[in-house]
Design a protein around this ligand. Structure first.
Ligand code: CUA
Length: 310
């Protein structure tokens, strides 16, 4: 009857429908009886009030039927819950990192992406972590949702059944950029995924980790989620645009005083690590510190990239 985009979609929808149907029947029943009583026991028909004694049969029926209904709801819910929490042994693990305000995905081959790439028809486990505050990962089409909690790994699993692109977003308010914390799930045929996985593994393997391969600033600002708040086309978003930022004279607020600074290497480096110490006038003080997120080499690569955005 119901079918979906992932293995859980159908069962979640079935339980939802089941509870919905029960609720509608109960609502109609209760409303019907209420309307009948309004007429049947109106003051006009019953000028003298009388005491009505209990009815054992009726009371037993209205206790037992709801009991059966709630136990049935509990049973389908429990079965679904156990299924959702039991990860198949052969599930592919993807590490998910949530941060203000973007998602990062890391695969077994060492590849990093900002879009969740998955093979069709294979179970996948998402191991979820947060670098700052509580976020929540939600893929509506797959009917899965799980909080990302700093300092703790949470998980969920599912099996995407149909190729396609689906929304993935944060569904726990996490600050100014919450509504920007949105990306996609790309479900591709298993063979195409395997080819990508081998290639990605080669590209992101030893070669990328070796110090000889310099990090790419343009890629970094995308992967680390900078573009959730900063644009490269000149339009301001939550934070100032990257376009023309390097070398620009900015008014910053430092220790409550306005100071003029030039956005040079030293300033940007410091700003990335200690954003609260000097905020740029006209923007909210919400830039998260990149300490432990970006290495010095990566910061230098980003600054080099900023220099190109004239
Ligand atoms: Cu992250 Cu809302």
């Amino acid at each position: 009857m119901v079918h979906g985009w992932a293995n859980l979609s159908a069962s979640v929808d079935s339980v939802f429908l089941f509870i919905m149907v029960i609720s509608v029947i109960l609502l109609a029943g209760v409303t019907g009886v209420m309307l009948y009583f309004v007429v049947r026991y109106s003051r006009r028909r019953n000028p003298t009030p009388e005491s009505i004694e209990g009815n054992l049969l009726l009371e037993t029926v209205w206790t037992v039927i709801p009991l059966i209904l709630v136990m049935a709801i509990f049973w389908v819910g429990w079965k679904g819950f156990v299924f959702m929490r039991t990860v198949p042994k052969d599930a592919m693990v993807v590490k998910v990192t949530a941060r203000m305000w973007s998602w990062g995905f890391e695969y077994g081959n060492g590849a990093h992406t900002d879009v969740l790439k998955l093979p069709q028809g294979r179970p996948v486990k998402l191991a979820i972590n947060s670098l700052d505050v509580v976020h929540s990962l939600f893929i509506p089409a797959f009917r899965v949702k799980e909080d990302a909690v700093p300092g703790r790994e949470t998980y969920l699993w599912f099996q995407p059944d149909r190729e396609g692109t689906y929304d993935l977003f944060c569904t726990e308010y996490c600050g100014m950029g919450h509504s920007q914390m949105i990306t996609k799930v790309e479900v591709i045929p298993a063979a195409a995924f395997d080819a990508w996985y081998r290639e990605g593994g080669a590209a992101a393997g030893p070669a990328a980790k070796a110090p000889s391969a310099p990090p790419n600033g343009a890629k970094l600002v995308q992967e680390k989620g900078c573009l959730a708040c900063h644009t490269t086309d000149g339009s301001p978003r939550v934070g100032p645009t990257f376009k023309g930022l390097f070398g620009k004279k900015e008014t910053v607020i430092s220790e409550g005083k306005e100071v003029q600074v030039i956005a040079d290497e030293a300033f940007i480096h410091h700003k990335l690590l200690e954003p609260q110490e000097a905020r740029i006038k006209g923007f909210p003080p919400i830039m998260p510190s990149q300490k432990g997120v970006l290495s010095d080499v990566e910061i230098a690569a980003i600054i080099d990239y900023l220099k190109t955005l004239k």
